[in-house]
Write a protein that binds this ligand. Structure first.
Ligand code: 5AD
Length: 385
């Protein structure tokens, strides 16, 4: 048994890409075979990562096209009722200065997205369920929709919402107010691992029920997981990909777990360069395999990946990812939204981010799809039925 992968030890030669085994495993992975997915994730041959990226790139171009879609990411409040053991803005972290952006600041950020050609806005915040917050979010959604209409965007900005677990009724209200996509990560598809990284009051069954309620409200559904959690094996990660496929989600956001010193999971944790390199490799393989298996969904190259490696986002774009979320949160607030230590772009303002991200995408040679909502084809196909 290999302690790091949880897989029974296998002779290295039988796993090397270029041999028939690689193609066979890819086909088995497409058919959701857990063993094939786990073997591709843990294959010791470093060339496997590039090989998977090339296959993922091919699938992406065929299924969703080569354009990169942008969504401005506005972290509009860090007030949170949840107490996730890994997250820097968890309720119990008393060192965080809490903020909620005013309506004017939110609308200014939305206008910035329009000017930058982003076409879509992702509104993210900590989880709150009180009526004042829910009403505030509904009013924000309505205002953003009406105030961002114009020649380039006749229906206003596309809006993705991400404010945690809510009731089915609240999800319906958010949808009616104008959001059309919703992100709620399952964090890990393993109920046991989920229980280890959350307090007892936050239950896996509730998270899963909330994901179904999101879908029932009419949203395009996004989910995702963290990669590199203590005790997480390649079998868990293989199951994560199977979970995405079985749930039939439209969008995926995945990134490495990164420690935050003021959290129970992150205090005293330090990653060596070797560990960082391995985590990057595993994350890139997860992104590539998710594209290969799910085909026509949207997959984000996340900020956490960029934090792990200066070119992490670019590498994700070269291996299956097709969405980038430049941060549009006002610079004064950014330090308050540190989910993990060392978060990238904390000192930069939205204009700097716009220039930087455009240059980075150009570097990958991919065109940008400006002034579009950029929905995943998967959603339209799911609706047709
Ligand atoms: N490392 C990586 N990702 C994290 N998130 C929260 N805390 C961390 C961390 N320490 C992710 C979770 C959450 C999303 C908003 O941020 O997956 O769903």
């Amino acid at each position: 048994m290999d302690a790091s992968t949880g897989l029974p030890g296998r002779p290295e030669s039988s796993l090397s890409p270029g041999r028939p085994e690689f193609t066979e495993r890819m086909e088995a992975a497409r058919a959701l075979d857990a063993g094939a997915l786990a073997a591709l994730l843990s294959d010791p041959d470093p060339r496997t990562t590039a090989r998977l990226a090339a296959a993922a790139d091919e699938t992406m171009r065929a299924e969703v096209g080569d354009a990169v879609r942008f969504r401005g990411l506005l972290e509009f409040s860090n007030v949170c009722r949840a107490d996730c053991l890994y997250c820097g803005i968890r309720r119990s972290n008393g060192t965080v200065h809490r903020y909620t952006l005013s309506r004017d600041d939110v609308l200014a950020a939305a206008r910035h997205c329009v000017e930058a050609g982003y076409g879509s806005l992702t509104l993210q915040a900590g989880e709150r369920r009180d009526a004042a917050f829910i009403d505030y979010v509904c009013r924000l959604l309505e205002s953003i929709k009406t105030e961002t209409r114009g020649p380039a965007l006749p229906d206003g900005l596309g809006i993705t919402l991400s404010v945690g677990e809510q009731s089915p009724e609240v999800y319906r209200r958010f949808f009616e107010a104008g959001a059309h996509r919703y992100l709620l990560r399952i964090e890990t598809s393993s109920p046991e691992l989920y229980a280890r990284i959350h307090p007892p009051a936050q239950r896996y069954a509730d998270r899963r029920a909330a994901l179904h309620a999101v879908r029932d409200a009419g949203f395009q559904v996004g989910t995702g997981v963290m990669i590199g959690l203590a005790g997480q094996t390649v079998w868990d990660l293989a199951d994560d990909i199977r979970f995405f496929a079985i749930e039939g989600v439209d969008m995926i956001g995945m990134g490495p777990y990164l420690p935050h010193a003021s959290t129970p999971m992150g205090s005293g944790q330090h990653m060596s360069d070797d560990e960082r390199a391995q985590l990057l490799d595993r994350t890139l393989r997860m992104i590539a395999l998710t594209r290969i298996v799910l085909r026509d969904v949207n997959i984000a190259a996340t900020t956490a990946l960029q934090t792990l490696d200066a070119f992490g986002r670019e590498r994700a774009l070269q291996g299956g990812a097709n969405v980038v979320m430049p941060v549009v949160t006002p610079v004064a607030m950014r330090s308050g939204y540190q989910l993990y230590d060392g978060k990238a772009c904390v000192d930069e303002d939205p204009t700097m981010c716009a220039g930087c991200i455009t240059g980075r995408v150009a570097w990958t040679g991919r065109p940008v799809e400006a002034n579009r909502w950029g929905d995943a084809p998967h959603f339209a196909r799911r609706k047709q039925g």
